[in-house]
Design a binder for this molecule. Structure first.
Ligand SMILES: Cc1cc2nc3c(=O)[nH]c(=O)nc-3n(C[C@H](O)[C@H](O)[C@H](O)COP(=O)(O)O)c2cc1C
Length: 299
């Protein structure tokens, strides 16, 4: 019997649903699917407070770990590890990043690893980081599945803010429900066939190419350019938040409070402008960007 381990952290349960849709056909086919949930010692309450949400910014951006409840996988060795994670401020979420930083390399050694993301729409940098960490643990990244909100950037910004701060996910006015659409979550079941084929053959070459054909991950050039710009700003803002903490411990909160206003305003006002310029840049450099996109999607 083939054995698969699913490791994940989901705050609202959205990513859990993605993984359930993906794994149900595997279980039905007789695969043993074990779970290793990631549980932070100090939980992240949902819905978020404004300061709680933006207070997670410096540690998310820098990849600082938090303590997790100790737990071990039910078996010592698996035919496949599925790592499910979400993205916080363009980086792997703090709980998931903490898991990777503390993980036992023995579990990963020479084991195929499939990453599964449940995000809004910006995940490329996070995935590069996670891929490098998997390799450093001795695992073999074999593919990537990204479930995302397919509304436009600004629409999903409005709906995710309402969801994260007020817990309201349902559609309102002209806006769709927040997060990944139910049909898109359910559609993850289509990747189970290729997973089963490669589990049975034990050869993961061409696996990612196959799931890409089924729509496992897409990178929009204009969002890629936007993400790169945001990453530079995020690094600078993190340094600003922490710059005076030694001399003035209260300065962190004050600077997080500024971020909590500046980031949404910046996103709403600057994002359409940036989107237009990045769109034009992406037209001019289309070939170079397409090469980069193809490279980022290759496994
Ligand atoms: C603090 C925070 C920051 C986030 N930043 C991003 C981001 O940079 N890119 C993105 O695509 N989604 C982002 N999201 C959305 C999450 O990736 C995820 O889709 C959402 O929180 C639901 O995940 P859940 O399964 O843990 O409930 C962020 C969410 C939180 C809570």
């Amino acid at each position: 019997m083939k054995k698969v381990l699913v490791v994940h952290y989901s705050q609202t349960g959205q990513l859990t649903k993605v993984l359930e849709a993906l794994c149900a056909p595997l279980i039905a086919a007789g695969v043993q699917v074990d779970q290793l949930p990631i549980v932070p010692v100090t939980p992240y309450p949902f819905p978020w407070t404004r300061m709680g949400f933006f207070g997670a910014f410096p540690e998310s951006v820098n990849g600082d770990p938090v303590p997790l409840r100790p737990d071990t996988a039910p078996s010592a060795k698996y035919d496949l590890i599925i790592l499910g994670y979400t993205v916080w401020f363009l980086n792997p979420s703090i709980p998931f990043n903490s898991f990777l930083k503390q993980a036992d390399p023995a579990l990963f050694r020479d084991t195929p690893v499939l990453t599964v993301l449940g995000v809004r729409n910006m995940w490329v940098h996070a995935q590069q980081k996670v891929r490098a960490m998997i390799t450093a643990l001795g695992g073999t990244p074999v593919g990537n599945i990204v479930s995302e909100d397919r509304s436009s950037n600004l629409v999903s910004l409005v709906t995710i803010i309402r969801w994260m701060f007020w817990g309201k996910k349902e559609a309102f006015s002209l806006f769709p429900p927040a997060g990944i659409r139910e049909a898109d979550i359910a559609a993850n079941a289509k990747f189970a066939g290729p997973i089963l084929d490669h589990l049975n053959s034990g050869n993961w070459a061409w696996f990612n190419a196959k799931i890409l054909e089924l729509g496992s991950a897409q990178i929009k050039p204009e969002l890629l350019v936007l993400e790169k710009r945001a990453l530079v700003l995020f690094g600078k803002y993190r340094s600003f938040i922490l710059a005076k903490v030694d001399r003035d411990p209260g300065s962190r909160q004050k600077r997080v409070a500024i971020l909590s206003v500046a980031l949404p305003i910046g996103a709403f006002i600057l994002s359409p402008i940036t989107a237009l310029t990045t769109f034009l840049v992406s037209l001019i450099k289309r070939k170079a960007i397409q090469r980069e996109v193809d490279e980022l999607l290759r496994y």
